[in-house]
Write a protein that binds this ligand. Structure first.
Ligand code: APR
Length: 247
């Protein structure tokens, strides 16, 4: 069943004029990073309010304690998996133009992908809440929380989009432009619950793109915009697609 659909998916990608990937937390699960929702989902165990922007501003120390525990104590050791690596190979061989990701784990770049739009920012950078100066996270000693700005002593915040914060303008603008140009969109590992990110694949569909979706279970996209649904793990499906494209 999947083999026919895998061949159809590889064919679409091979013949595509402008293929774009749209990824969510599911692509990083096999790198050891838990998803936010569904089985083993982070939000099943942890109240997400520590990532709400007003909470952060009022209680930066408590917020940073959870941020450090959940993101910085774990993400540093995470390595890209086969799905990230095959997307990077697809870019090198011009089978893929760009990746639009909701993930903040930097694993696409670590795998070698160059054209990546991070809709929800990145954990790799810290930004000052007072003077907006930016620092690589390696500059911060997270044994002293909250970290403060080297220039103005303001409180530093991870350069990730918190709940009730707007998406970075440039990433949002370019992501919708990419969606409008795509004739094939490869969606990997997203529940499609969070807006405006989930509007991007819908925009691609509206502009005529064929939608290939990889997920271990149906998402909100599957019965609405998806043309080829590969009910598989990201690494399994991408390894098969990589072989069919002779990567
Ligand atoms: N392979 C493919 N898909 C998988 C795998 C896997 N190995 N494991 C889980 N999934 C799928 C799940 O079935 C689910 O549909 O990945 C999806 C993960 O969904 P979420 O955890 O909701 O992640 P995402 O859709 O990226 O969330 C969007 O919500 O909390 C915010 O900012 C956060 O960027 C995040 C946004």
């Amino acid at each position: 069943m999947n083999s026919t659909k895998l061949k159809q998916a590889a064919d679409l990608i091979r013949k595509a004029k402008y293929a774009v990937a749209f990824t969510g937390a599911g692509i990083s699960v096999e790198s050891g990073i838990p998803p936010f929702r569904g089985e083993n989902g982070l939000w099943n165990k942890t109240n997400p309010n520590f990532l709400e922007i007003e909470f952060f501003k009022k209680k930066p120390f408590q917020s940073w304690q959870k941020i450090k525990e959940i993101f910085y104590d774990n993400l540093g050791d995470a390595e890209p998996n086969a799905a990230h690596e095959i997307l990077a190979k697809m870019e090198k061989r011009s089978f893929l133009e760009t990746i639009i990701t909701q993930n903040i784990d930097h694993l696409h770049q670590k795998a070698g992908s160059k054209y990546v739009y991070e809709l929800h920012g990145t954990y790799k950078q810290l930004v000052c809440t007072e003077c907006s100066s930016e620092f690589d996270m390696s500059f911060a000693d997270l044994n002293y929380l909250p970290p403060t700005c080297y220039i103005c002593k303001g409180i530093l915040k991870p350069d990730m989009v918190f709940f009730n914060e707007p998406i970075p303008h440039f990433a949002k603008k370019r992501s919708f432009e990419e969606a409008e140009k795509a004739d094939v969109l490869l969606i990997i590992g997203t529940n499609a619950e969070v807006l405006p990110a989930a509007d991007i694949p819908v925009k691609a569909k509206e502009h005529g793109a064929k939608i290939i979706e990889i997920n271990i279970k149906p998402s909100h996209f599957t019965d609405t915009i998806t043309d080829i649904f590969l009910e598989m793990k990201a690494t399994e499906a991408m390894k098969e697609i990589g072989q069919l494209l002779y990567l």
